[in-house]
Design a protein around this ligand. Structure first.
Ligand code: TRP
Length: 448
């Protein structure tokens, strides 16, 4: 079976795919306002430290486990030990991970569907079709079901085509497009009146807020979500890496890209919000904090675009296009987790497996849409607040405690012969053994 497994054709292909997974809605709608409301540049510094000191080691645990096994998370975790109980718990963790990945995708696809709807709405407005444009901006059930299905069909088509012809090829197309769009939008928005106030709010450091323990724990949660940790996504991408690659280096690049794009997004979102303020749009919630997340994206920014005339329609189209591709390169990495498991474990063909798994997940999305008020928030909380940190903890335990230190070193040495003498090897095993699990437990305890 190993011969029929996919593999990324190049280092760049992996970096694009893995950073495509990491860079998503979390980076663009979460990070910038979180930073602005919580100490600006000081928060940024805390976030950077957390990303490199804690999320990066956890990312490495997944990449190394995956590359060593060259198989899906269930098989990889089972393979780490010869002990029956440890093998059983490992397999269970893998199955839990793919279930959580599927559930995360089921709500993520709903939000991504909204992004496509707003993008298409701008297109409809440009073509002089106001009724269609309005319908696409309304949050009605038929629209939501239609667009979640459109988004899932895109996701499934890419995953069905395989690792190289699907995931790698599309990440290599979409990631440069994402970066370019983000850059152009930020430069444009920075020229508008009011933008500099936003920049000031974003970058003015306030250490008294950024160093509160509450906030550090929240920032860690965001960093874990942002690097797609805890459900086997990065493990499966690591498993498609060749033995010639230097893992600590590649993991470092992916972390750097993820953080940089979050920071870059701040140069777009904060100035845009203050341009909106300048144009008379309300940007503060009742609590006095900046409006964030869904209200920011689907209310504040559209109100801003509406004040800008034709230019606003074009900026709206570009912005929601950017959000849609950011979501797509992330969603393919979520769907890949269950698909890789079923194809390998049950010896199934990839294409039908991708369509069936995707259809089931679309069904769950529709179920959430039908019971939106009860299910939407619940699924997000259960998967991202509780399951993800707990599963991330298990991955670190398997890499740090269950896995034999020598095998670990041998794995690292592939593609990195000097590994033994590196700072990474001096620090990381210790880190992933003690620090990462402890911090994750602290975050977890905190969330209760
Ligand atoms: N990291 C992505 C974001 O920031 C989302 C994502 C992709 C994800 N794959 C994941 C989150 C797996 C959790 C688990 O939007």
């Amino acid at each position: 079976m190993a011969g029929s497994r996919g593999e990324f054709s190049s280092r760049l292909g992996f970096v694009m795919a893995a950073s495509g997974s990491a860079v998503g809605l979390g980076n663009i709608w979460g990070f910038p306002t979180q930073a602005a409301s919580n100490g600006g540049a000081a928060f940024l510094l805390v976030y950077l430290l957390l990303a490199f000191l804690l999320a990066y080691p956890a990312l490495m645990a997944e990449l190394i486990l995956g590359r060593h096994a060259h198989s899906n998370a269930v098989a990889a975790l089972r393979q780490v030990s010869t002990h029956r109980l440890a093998r059983g718990i490992g397999a269970f963790t893998g199955v839990a991970g793919l279930t959580v990945a599927a559930l995360i995708l089921s709500f993520y696809a709903i939000v991504a569907g909204w992004m496509i709807a707003f993008c298409l709405s701008a297109v409809a407005a440009l073509f002089g079709l106001p009724p269609v444009a309005d319908w696409l901006m309304s949050f009605g059930l038929p629209r939501n079901i239609l667009l979640v299905t459109v988004f899932m069909v895109l996701t499934i088509s890419i995953v069905a085509s395989g690792v190289q012809a699907g995931i790698e090829r599309w990440s290599q197309r979409l990631m440069p497009a994402l970066l370019l769009t983000l850059f152009i939008l930020a430069v444009y928005v920075l020229t508008l009146d009011g933008a500099m106030d936003g920049l000031r709010v974003y970058l003015m450091p306030d250490f008294s807020r950024a160093l509160s323990p509450e906030l550090i724990l929240d920032a860690l949660g965001s960093a874990f979500f942002s690097l797609s940790l805890g459900v086997g996504t990065m493990l499966i991408y690591g498993s498609y890496l060749s033995d010639r690659e230097n893992l600590p280096l590649l993991g470092g690049i992916v972390t750097l890209v993820d953080v940089s794009i979050a920071v870059l997004a701040g140069f777009l979102i904060l100035p845009a919000m203050y341009v909106a303020l300048h144009n008379g749009v309300e940007i503060f919630a009742a609590s006095g904090a900046l409006i964030s997340e869904d209200t920011l994206i689907f209310t504040v920014l559209p109100e801003l675009f509406a004040t800008m005339g034709l230019a606003g329609t074009i900026v709206s189209l570009t912005f929601f296009f950017l959000m849609s591709i950011a979501a797509l390169t992330s969603s393919i990495s979520m769907l890949e987790v269950p698909v890789a498991y079923v194809t390998e474990q049950f010896d199934r063909k990839r294409r039908p497996t991708a369509w069936i798994a995707g259809a089931v997940i679309t069904g769950i999305s529709c179920l959430i849409l039908l019971n939106f008020d009860t299910l939407f928030g619940l699924v997000i909380t259960v998967t991202t607040r509780y399951s993800q940190p707990l599963l991330g903890f298990m991955f670190c335990v398997y890499a740090g405690w269950i896995w034999h230190r020598n095998t670990l070193l041998q794995e690292l040495k592939k593609g990195y012969p000097q590994a033994q003498h590196s700072l990474f090897w001096k620090v990381w095993p210790w880190y992933v053994k003690f620090i990462c699990p402890l911090i994750i437990l602290a975050v977890f305890a905190h969330s209760f």
